[in-house]
Design a protein around this ligand. Structure first.
Ligand SMILES: [Zn+2]
Ligand SMILES: [Zn+2]
Ligand SMILES: [Zn+2]
Ligand SMILES: [Zn+2]
Ligand SMILES: [Zn+2]
Length: 251
């Protein structure tokens, strides 16, 4: 089963003194406990990490790229659960595309900087304003970086939305139940990625759990050539929206 962190409540580390019971905030919210929780390490709700052993010589699977691990959903417990690998995992940390090892440590390991691989220019999308483009050829599943911003409540997003609609700008992304990331002031260049529906989208967002909090990872859906515009499908909410502002919605 795949955990959809975007539909769970915003995670806060629990403050359980003993073992987590029904009152535990993590358990009540449908989250695993993490190293940031106060409960003892013997807590049965603690995420145990994956036991991928890519630090030896691949997984033995002929189809798999021997230099990467924790990439295939069916193998890595972390990838299946929508989590980045962390301290409790057995896999080895790697530099994306440079060293062999786990490729499921991106945001937590601060491995990618969107500025290195992309640039902002006038969008080819009609009424798109600024858009984001690939600076160099990017391989499939290349992590572009984290969609950053302020985490605000739905009510605050509704309030700000009225102002943004006037400006014809909107950089919201649904992160969790009652939690929206607003990239208007504190976001990075990834907020300039415009909407492209269905097959046109060459970027996909995913809410992943990193060290106890939900974060938004954007990565390429397929290989992208240098100079190509990056677009992603903003989801059904955006399709319903009428007016031209850019609302990001996770899948
Ligand atoms: Zn707890
Ligand atoms: Zn907990
Ligand atoms: Zn793994
Ligand atoms: Zn792992
Ligand atoms: Zn890993």
């Amino acid at each position: 089963m795949t955990v959809d962190y975007g539909s769970l409540p915003l995670a806060f580390p629990c403050t359980c003194v003993g073992l987590c019971d029904a009152d535990c905030e993590c358990r009540a919210g449908g989250h695993f406990c993490d190293q940031v929780c106060q409960c003892p390490t013997t807590c049965v709700n603690r995420w145990q990490g994956c036991d991928c052993t890519c630090n030896s010589r691949g997984s033995g699977d002929e189809d798999e790229d021997q230099e990467e691990c924790c990439r295939l959903k069916r193998e890595c417990a972390c990838v299946r659960a929508g989590r980045e690998c962390g301290r409790m995992c057995k896999c080895a940390r790697s530099k994306w595309g440079v060293e062999a090892g786990c490729v499921n440590r991106v945001i937590g390991a601060k491995l990618v900087d969107p500025q290195k691989y992309t640039y902002v220019d006038l969008s080819h999308v009609p009424n798109g304003g600024w858009g984001l483009f690939a600076l160099c050829p990017l391989s499939r599943s290349f992590p572009l970086g984290e969609y950053t911003g302020e985490v605000i409540t739905d009510a605050e997003a509704d309030r700000r939305g009225l102002v943004y609609d006037e400006m014809k700008l909107n950089y919201f992304f649904d992160l969790a139940n009652d939690a929206v990331v607003d990239a208007f002031r504190l976001g990075n260049a990834l907020r300039f990625i415009n909407h492209g529906s269905g097959k046109a989208a060459n970027v996909e967002p995913k809410v992943v759990m990193v060290n106890g909090s939900q974060r938004i990872l954007l990565r390429t859906k397929r290989a992208v050539g240098a100079g190509q515009e990056l677009v992603m499908d903003y989801g059904p909410k955006y399709q319903l929206w009428k007016g031209g502002s850019l609302e990001l919605d996770n899948q």
